[in-house]
Design a protein around this ligand. Sequence first.
Ligand SMILES: Cc1cc2nc3c(=O)[nH]c(=O)nc-3n(C[C@H](O)[C@H](O)[C@H](O)COP(=O)(O)OP(=O)(O)OC[C@H]3O[C@@H](n4cnc5c(N)ncnc54)[C@H](O)[C@@H]3O)c2cc1C
Length: 462
Amino acid sequence: MDVLHHLQSIVGPENAIEGNRADKRYGSDETEDLYFPPEWVCKPACTNEVSAILSLAHELNIPVTTRGGGTGLAGGALPVKGGIVLSMERMNQILLIDEENLQVTVQPGVITEVLQDTLKARGLFYPPDPSSRGISYIGGNVSTNAGGPRAVKYGVVRDYVLNLEVVLADGSVIQTGANTLKNSTSYNLTQLMVGSEGTLGVITQIVLKLIPHPVFQLLLLVPFNNPVNACAAVSAIFKAGITPSALEFMERDAIAWSKEYLGQPPLDETDDTQAHLLIELDGFYEAPLYEDVEKINQVVQHFNAGEILFADDEATKKELWALRRHVAHAVKTNSVYKEEDTVVPRAKLPELLAKVKELGKIHGFRSVCYGHAGDGNLHVNILKDSLDEHTWSILLPKAIRQLFEYVHELGGTLSGEHGVGYVQKEYLDTVFSAAEIDLRRQIKKAFDPRGILNPNKLFPDS
Ligand SMILES: Cc1cc2nc3c(=O)[nH]c(=O)nc-3n(C[C@H](O)[C@H](O)[C@H](O)COP(=O)(O)OP(=O)(O)OC[C@H]3O[C@@H](n4cnc5c(N)ncnc54)[C@H](O)[C@@H]3O)c2cc1C
């Protein structure tokens, strides 16, 4: 059977093309510089088209890799076994904003920031805000259970998904739950789909819970001359009874490189600041926020903080957030690197950071760390710098394995928000037992007996 011809009959000739004629981006995402050419790229416009494509793929045993915005950092959207890349870019409608029930129904291809801005204009808030929100899709966010800076107060994507429409591997269409705030009816398929990285089905419609949008935000940048002290201050802030709406950690190089990337003046060479905490407070009344600022000021002094920069105008707030949100791209332009998405109980963050630096000394690599410190989520960027290929290829897997084993010892796990995808699957045994992995394999088999959905992801030898 001519697969291209068949795909074109489903989505129209202009929306299905052979991989070698497609833009290179369909074979890559934001994970390092990995590239795998797809055989076909297909852009459905509705659930029925997704269903017809999956029926065909199921019948012919063709791998299907669903693609959102392609901003993933675990290689989830890479078509590593070729086959069809199913791009959700045309399924980009906000279908219903239900202000009575505080819910929104969207297609998976809606850009995260577009949804947030549309809702904000109506005083509504959908908080999960990955730093990639200007380019990532809601469907990708659901499929990776994305987080972002505001997860620390408001929770991750999982906490906002009420119901999903999903096309299964054989083309059948299901609803996973109900559009309700409570649901005790049988197994929770909605939450099983969240974070399943395109391995169990294709999400074609999403119902999200909303909350009222807070009115006031204050933003502080707190410098420390010792990064471990900065990490230790994080749990002390919560212990003092404050729940910031964001609490981000950035090592000196993270800020310095982000400034360079954005074309801003460099950090002062004579300043011995080695790390910063970016702390946001939000709410519906201003006065209590200023009380929290005072409390934070008192807490951080116990950790030798320097002079706090208080962003009291929108331009400074925007500038500081831009610095934080561009760290990932800035690191990419500085060195070949490997980013890990470690997460530990919040108070263990200082130990995690110290271990990263110790591993760097043992194996001879430099690292730059940043991330959602309030969640205990540290993005560890291991830099290749001038290491030769051979040394890099030997030290990297060893160091990562030791790092994940330590994270597990601390009660944490290997990914807080990016997922397992293609690049972390070999390390699954550092955090799960054989029985725990096997149970997950059985779930995969029940949903996708022929193994066509995003093959070679999530499991070590898949
Ligand atoms: C600069 C930068 C900053 C980032 N910051 C954050 C951050 O703060 N927090 C965070 O959590 N992540 C962050 N990320 C990672 C990334 O943006 C998230 O993982 C995001 O959720 C991916 O969304 P996407 O639409 O780009 O998905 P893609 O990368 O296209 O896909 C991700 C996975 O979801 C699957 N998928 C996509 N759509 C569907 C669907 N409709 N049905 C089934 N499966 C699907 C894919 O197969 C793949 O496995 C960042 C990335 C970058 C580049």
